[in-house]
Design a protein around this ligand. Sequence first.
Ligand SMILES: Cc1cc2nc3c(=O)[nH]c(=O)nc-3n(C[C@H](O)[C@H](O)[C@H](O)COP(=O)(O)O)c2cc1C
Length: 538
Amino acid sequence: MSRPYTALIDYHRRTKHHFHRYAAGPGYLDWDTQPEPFRYYQGAPRLPLRRYEADPNAPPAFDALYGEMPSAPVNAKTLADLLFHSFALSAWKSAGGSRWALRCNPSSGNLHPTEVYLLTDAVAGLSQHPALFHYQPYDHSLELRAEHLSCDWAELIAPLPSSAALVGLTSIVWRESWKYGERALRYCLLDLGHALAALAYSAACLGWSVALLPEVAPEKLAQLLGVDRQTGPEAEHPDCLVAVFPEGRVNWPAVADWRLDAAKVQELARHLRPNPPNVLSPSHRPWPILEETAKALHCERIEITPPSGRAILPLPQRPIGARWLIRQRRSVQRMDRVTPIACADFKRLVFRLWQGGLPVAALGREPAVHLGFYLHRVEGLPAGLYLLARSEAGLGLFRQATSRTWRWQKLTIFPEELPFYLLAEGDVRELAKALSCHQDIAADGAFAVSMLAEFEGRLKRSGWEYARLHMEAGALGQLLYLEAEAAGLRGTGIGCFFDDPVHALFGLSDEVLQVLYHFTVGGGLEDPRLERLDAYYL
Ligand SMILES: Cc1cc2nc3c(=O)[nH]c(=O)nc-3n(C[C@H](O)[C@H](O)[C@H](O)COP(=O)(O)O)c2cc1C
């Protein structure tokens, strides 16, 4: 077996939570070294971006994002719109004398390891030349990192259309390992998937679409994004580049062919401004396995295959403004134990999970993550354990791998081709809770899910698949968050679950399928002790 494969499998096994033992972590929160949540480049010129009022009635409607939308032109206003509805702050909360910021994109432990960079052609009001910016959510601004005076944007970006912009995503793993120790890399990758999906939804509001690019060579990405000189535990790991297509549809052949010329990247790197990044913590506790495993993810290029997508189910549009919905999304710490999800909303949500369009299509390949459902309160459906196989191949893998005898009953509420099955009927609330590290939210909502990834086979193809599978799970989580909001409910990601007990429940004894993420949706309860403040009240 190849070394990256072995390293990743070892990491995955080693960071499983067990009923009798959690993955290695610090065991307590060292508040003295809590990482600063905002990275900034000291002395870098800052360009404030336009902010937007949240209006629940403003178009486009959330449901319209899944169809064809008119595309907006690229300018300083629309790029500000893109970032305001994907990565900006969306609220502050305060309690007991401390306050913390919340963003449009969720994050495990609200630690936000993902940093965002924007590379564009000249844009009036931002830069007279192609330029690299770091996005600063704290005040919704762009920090100028480099102006590429002599860069021919059309040539750099070809064969993508010259109107395309690039978004670079990096992770500061230390932010997560400060709290979660060795399991931190998994959370960074799930957050990355949420970030990609958050960008996809925001782009869709403008009639734009996004796609992961095949170039993932870390040295090249680090140079392009200007993080190659960062060292030590706070250094950003360059994860990926995402192309933003302002003309609507993704040009998949161009995405698959896209190459980043190393010499050109070196030339661009010469224009990097010298402003150093801020220091996030006074000292750090090392977790050596994280660095070793991040290396095992390294690869030059990933394969892109245009996701086929499936027919759109004609569903009535709900009159809920998409941008407003995105900005008021929130996780909850308690569910009310009573509110069900309406059958129509559940059906729509399952259909979109299966459809493979927005936001998961951005990953540029066929679905590889499937969902085990714990249904507690879904109108018209019996409580129990269900399976949504997001592809025929996935269904085949599950059928082969599971050692349990299931009911395999298809539901008449779904079209015949949609592989959503009742596996076993019964009250699964305690089960969902116990498997989700005993968290009540998994039992007290309308339903919870375990995301089961095609694991062993994908990892054998490329180490980067470990990242991509987590990203797919994170992107599905983002879909669930927003669908929950659109149904008048709340969703919450659950990164803490007992891995092998979940596998045992589904009758999975090998590593063909592995659980990567849990999620819950239901009637959320606000915590009355917390005060909510506007995102940019300061
Ligand atoms: C990958 C991931 C894992 C998470 N795991 C948990 C969890 O196990 N339990 C929980 O209560 N919340 C969990 N959350 C929710 C976060 O705590 C929440 O996103 C964060 O506090 C920010 O709040 P917001 O989602 O309202 O912006 C998770 C979120 C993500 C993205």
